[in-house]
Design a protein around this ligand. Sequence first.
Ligand code: SF4
Ligand code: FES
Length: 246
Amino acid sequence: MTTPEVSSATPPLAKPDTFLLDGRAIPFTPGQTLMQAAQAAGVYIPHLCHHADFDPIGSCKVCSVRIQGRTVASCTMPARAGLVVESETPELHHDRQRLTQMLFVEGNHHCPFCEKSGACHLQAVAYHLDMQDTHFVHTAPHHEVDATHPDVWLDRSRCILCELCVRASREVDGKDVFAIGGRGAHTTLLVNSPSGQLHDSDVAVTDRAVHICPVGALMPKRQGFVIPIGQRPYDAADIAQRPEDS
Ligand code: SF4
Ligand code: FES
């Protein structure tokens, strides 16, 4: 009786699946979204509510891409082998510009005196998209500012309702300080506390929620205008060159 031969050779690695993004083959692992695979491959798709550390919620639609004539959010769309995906087309560029312009007119984004200017994702995406004006009529809405906490403040007029603070507070800080409430144009960021204000909430200035805000809405106090103009994150690099930010 002969013993069957056991091969000591390492079996060949399974070839990763790929999809095409603007003609480039992007490898992915099962379960990844188009956005996750693109980021892993170093390809930038504009986005605002996506963050690599959190599950996507697909609310801003800035990451929209086209697949066989359909527009889908790349941050929620699972990658599938053989998909043909378009991202950098004039039409999508135009749509992303319009979405970004809507966010600008829905809030009070007065960048010249905002502490987040030069480090703000909304502003950086607008620069990336070559947004020259706000296109739509400015609504100049009234939103509450909450400066009741000794170390943290919230200016809802700059909030883009990305829910990153909501997710970070719940999943990282274990606190559930923030929530989105209201409907339509009256949708707003809520603070879960007896008064609805920050001072009697569980928030602390060290919380991830306070530092993940991509715009100038939720900020630590007394830390504004500390980086000289010219050295702020997006002075030197387009947001597409800073994948580590989100
Ligand atoms: S406060 Fe900032 S992080 Fe929170 S929802 Fe508004 S924009 Fe997003
Ligand atoms: S980043 Fe995909 S919907 Fe906001």
